[in-house]
Write a protein that binds this ligand. Structure first.
Ligand code: FHN
Length: 438
């Protein structure tokens, strides 16, 4: 294991469950699904359009995802090479996607009438996928959630002047719903709270953080119910899986300079919830490169799909997952169970490593040669991962005189000899077996 990964594991909170499975699995599916699938204009539509809770509740009358098939969702994740799924139980709109006893604002009170969370966790376990619950700390429906600068009623002067919200009541509701989710749905592996904003100040209102949520108590409650649970870092407790989103960090994530366990949260289009008219789909090649780049920096990729109001992954999302799955079918061993390599990285490449096996991911296809510095005498064998065809290489003894046909290389490097034609895979990978004493 690389040194940075050792340091990251050493800082993991001792009272949390072990993160070993997360670090090993590397690749998960994020699912954002709620009433916002009906407006189909992003999951923040309620606040962007300043829709009052009672008006927004209208969507309940028409929420009937008749094509919802949790088994299909689970199979799509599995076939994409994903190993865990984090699904929204409640997003900021406050709508419960499970049969909560604590509110009538829930999926079982819609024409659909079924507990989508119950069906999904069962389907995930059938596919041997780990189960994660995303749960919004923010709730724009609950009357005791105090208005603030991101609430849909933030410009409603009447509400701002007269609404009486007692956040202690909301805190109890928040804890009790989390208790329901961690009691009634079997083993939950990952609790993904979202999000704290304690530093925000709009003058008339301020943001919300650990004291508002009762985060320490909430964490204790969750661990009492599910002792092996792991958490992300958004309860304002400065611990848990670090979760940069919508960008690729330039290097392994750190907290105060110390390497941490981290997970890049990414979308297919920029929107988390179904966004019908958003055509900004990332290409499958870019998505695979994001996965590789993340793991080469000791991170996980949590890639999001926003199902639509019929309960389906849209065709374009299924295409993305299918393309990624085909690459993972051939290259999974270069991702799962690997992490950052401490070897020098060749031009336009990323490296991942497991023990004495190094995976060279070629992000661009060079003319005939790929040079890896400082490996002379250290490689036992090399092959393309996709077809197990040998990749021959030349060692450049520092004392060797260069012929005019030799590519100019640094002494002590190795030059892999490549075909002119790029292999027909999104990102070719050379599997390099180092000598035991390398
Ligand atoms: O506001 C949410 C957003 O809707 C989405 O759920 C993302 C996912 O990481 N989290 C928050 C924005 O950081």
């Amino acid at each position: 294991m690389n040194e940075m990964m050792k340091e990251a594991k050493a800082q993991w909170p001792a009272h949390y469950g072990s993160p070993e499975w997360l670090v090993h699995d590397r690749f998960g599916l994020f699912i954002h699904w709620g009433l916002y699938a009906l407006p189909a204009r992003h999951e923040w539509v309620m606040t962007w359009e300043k829709t009052p809770p009672e008006a927004y509740k209208t969507y309940m009358k028409y929420f009937n995802p008749d094509l919802y098939d949790a088994k299909k969702w689970a199979k799509a994740a599995k076939q994409a090479g994903m190993k865990y799924v984090v699904v929204t139980t409640k997003h900021h709109e406050g709508f419960a996607m499970w049969d909560s006893a604590l509110t009538d604002y829930k999926i079982t009170n819609t024409p659909f009438g079924r507990d989508a969370i119950a069906e999904l966790v069962e389907a995930l376990r059938e596919q041997d996928l780990k189960v994660g619950f995303y749960h919004s700390l923010i709730d724009w429906h609950h009357p005791d959630f105090p208005l603030d600068g991101i609430h849909p009623l933030r410009e409603d002067e009447e509400a701002k002047a007269h609404r009486k919200s007692d956040i202690a009541n909301y805190r109890t509701y928040l804890h009790e719903q989390v208790k329901e989710l961690l009691t009634n749905y079997g083993k939950i592996d990952y609790l993904w709270f979202d999000f704290s904003y304690p530093d925000k100040d709009w003058g008339w209102s301020t943001g919300k953080g650990k004291d508002d949520w009762g985060s320490e108590e909430l964490e204790r409650l969750a661990l009492q119910l599910q002792p092996d649970l792991i958490f992300n870092n958004r309860m304002d407790l400065d611990r848990g899986v670090v979760t940069p989103e919508q960008y690729q960090p330039k290097g392994p994530a750190t907290r105060d300079g110390v390497p941490v366990i981290w997970e890049a949260c990414q979308t297919l289009t920029g929107s988390w919830g179904y966004d019908r008219d958003n055509l900004d789909f990332k290409s499958p090649e870019l998505l695979v490169k994001m996965l590789i780049d993340t793991v080469s920096k000791n991170g996980n990729l949590l890639l999001n799909v926003g199902p639509n109001g019929r309960g389906e992954f849209e065709t374009r999302a299924l295409h993305s997952l299918s393309e990624i799955g085909e690459w993972m079918r051939l290259h999974e061993c270069s991702i799962v169970g690997t992490g950052r390599s401490e070897l020098a990285v060749p031009e336009d490449c990323r490296l991942t490593q497991r023990g004495s096996t190094v995976y060279v991911h070629l992000f661009s296809w060079p003319l005939k040669h790929l040079h890896m510095p400082h490996l002379e005498g250290k490689i036992d064998y090399a092959q393309f991962l996709h077809d197990a065809s040998e990749v021959r290489f030349k060692q450049h003894d520092p004392s060797e005189a260069h012929s005019h046909t030799d590519a100019e290389v640094d002494p002590g490097s190795v030059t892999f000899e490549l075909p002119v034609q790029k292999p027909d895979v999104l990102v070719p990978v050379i599997e390099v077996f180092l000598k035991e004493d390398a």
